[in-house]
Write a protein that binds this ligand. Structure first.
Ligand code: ACO
Length: 361
């Protein structure tokens, strides 16, 4: 029995396929490289939702509906926002989402798509003593998220965030998507399912890794010796954040997409300097891991360059998982609908290995 359900097939899906040996990600028949940088996030939401909601409008209409949902979320949750920043920004976002109706309609789904993009900048602004900015229903989703954080972004930055949201929109039966499907299988509503996904995404072995990647880069820069720092971490039994994956045995294809995005943001500015440094750390980490864990192929994962991209976009590291959630929520919703259509409760078995009662005749 595998404690981590390795290699267990627990769902059939038309949504995405992770080819761990080849290093390919397919999303509804499209390769990641076909979508990232070419399709807007709103278009990819439509691609994922297609067939899972009746009367799904076309791309433009759906993007408008997402814009309207951002405004609705803001108006609905703004009176409560001031109470939420006492929590960390991820828990604050989750608490805000928990206040949404637990329905199953397209309107419920679009509110859930909109919520992380609205709540994250609002909570960050409140946390630094600034007033939250009202969403602009007509703006592109990624552009508006950045605008609500710190004013109108450059087109390059808005494009970078849009590409990021597309890159992380879905990824097979990862831990958070599985959690979402388990909750949906009980016939709970979409909000309950998304809250389960958010809980699973938070941990550092899943979506919580990019914040620690920044801490690692800072610590390595201060130490002045990447290889020694990394060797010492492994000797202490620590994991190197941004490396390793349950499925990929080669480089995570999302890492390359995001690295190219960071490179396009400029090579002569702070993000270019950070990228050059990160590349040296990446090589050192791959070398150290090869020696320390020869039995396992441990390669760069999506979180390594996520950290650089979201840092360049102006998000503080404590909000990185929020932005991940803003992209992944589309995949969670589509998986929830797909699971619901099976009508089957997910209920595996455990093997009892505890003490047995004395059976006295
Ligand atoms: N650093 C050091 N050692 C590692 C790492 C790492 N990043 N990843 C795996 N290993 C080692 C383990 O210590 C273990 O070594 P051992 O056999 O000597 O005990 C061996 O590789 C196998 O580890 P498992 O835990 O069985 O591998 P698994 O496939 O479960 O790990 C995981 C996947 C959890 C992502 C792991 O690689 C890890 O912890 N990485 C760091 C955190 C991270 O980057 N998370 C983001 C993942 S991407 C995502 O979820 C979006």
């Amino acid at each position: 029995m595998a404690n981590g359900l390795d290699d267990v097939v627990a769902a059939e899906t038309v949504l995405s396929d992770v080819d761990g040996a080849g290093g390919h990600l397919t999303i509804r028949g499209h390769s990641l490289t076909e979508l990232a940088g070419h399709w807007r996030y709103g278009q990819v939401v439509r691609l994922l939702f297609d067939g899972f909601f009746d009367e799904l409008p076309g791309d433009d209409e759906l993007e408008k509906a997402i814009g309207n949902a951002r405004v609705e979320i803001f108006e609905r949750l703004q009176p409560m926002l001031a109470e939420l920043p006492a929590l960390d920004v991820y828990s604050g976002m989750r608490a805000g989402i928990a206040l949404l109706p637990d329905g199953e309609s397209l309107a419920d789904a679009l509110r859930l798509i909109a919520a992380p993009a609205v709540l994250t900048p609002a909570l960050l602004r409140l946390g630094r003593g600034e007033k939250p900015l009202t969403p602009d229903a007509r703006a592109d989703h990624a552009n508006d998220m950045l605008r609500m954080l710190s004013g109108t972004p450059s087109p390059a930055l808005a494009k970078a965030l849009d590409t990021y949201l597309v890159t992380v929109c879905d990824h097979g039966l990862n831990a958070s998507t599985f959690a979402t499907r388990v909750v949906t299988s009980t016939q709970a509503g979409l909000t309950s399912a998304i809250l389960a996904g958010l809980g699973a995404l938070k941990g550092p072995l899943h979506g919580g890794a990019p914040g620690p990647v920044i801490e690692m880069l800072d610590a390595i820069e201060a130490s002045g010796d990447a290889a020694a720092w990394l060797r010492n971490e492994i000797a202490r039994g620590e994991r190197i954040m941004g490396f390793g994956h349950r499925i990929y045995r080669v480089r995570d294809p999302r890492a390359d997409v995001l690295k190219a995005v960071v490179r396009r943001l400029g090579t002569r500015n702070e993000s270019g300097r950070r990228l050059a440094f990160a590349e040296t750390v990446e090589q050192a980490a791959l070398d150290v891991l090869k020696v320390a864990k020869p039995q396992r192929s441990i390669q760069t994962n999506v979180e390594f360059y996520t950290a650089l991209l979201l840092e360049a976009a102006g998000f503080p590291k404590e909000a990185f998982s929020n932005v991940f959630a803003a992209g992944r929520v589309a995949g969670w919703i589509a998986h929830a609908r797909e699971q619901q259509a099976t009508g089957r409760l997910i209920r595996p078995q455990s093997r009892y290995v505890g003490p047995v009662p004395d059976l006295v005749a």
